[in-house]
Unconditional design. Sequence first.
Length: 154
Amino acid sequence: MTDTLTLGFAMHDSARLMRKRFEQRARHVGLTRSQWQVLAMLATHEGIHQKGLADLLELESITLVRLLDKMAERGLIERRSHATDRRLSLLYLTEQAHPLLELMRGMGQTTRQEATAGFSEDETQLLLQMMTRVRANLIEACSRPIDEETLRHG
């Protein structure tokens, strides 16, 4: 590549290529990337309501409802009524979803190994530490109004 490669482009393109490689592996399972993301998020947030899950996934509620409907039809998730608020549906993985999660985790591990081929364990850990710091910096920056930032750096 030329010297015009920026940090933003390198991060974006690397993430895009990791998703592409994962999807190449996952095609035979018959789930979309969005459905994989729902499964992964539900694995750590079972019992969450639809609006909370939509917020975590940064999806419009209507988009998530369509995904959940398809996944419920396939027997991967179930909606349960909230104990005190009948308007809320709480989301849970079914037993049928757990083998898919294990498969997904294995495919993710293989994809990460491909992405870090030739890296030493120390280099891999350093990259993870730096990316974690970049993420934390951006989370903090996104919590500030843009006007404040513009005034300081503009």
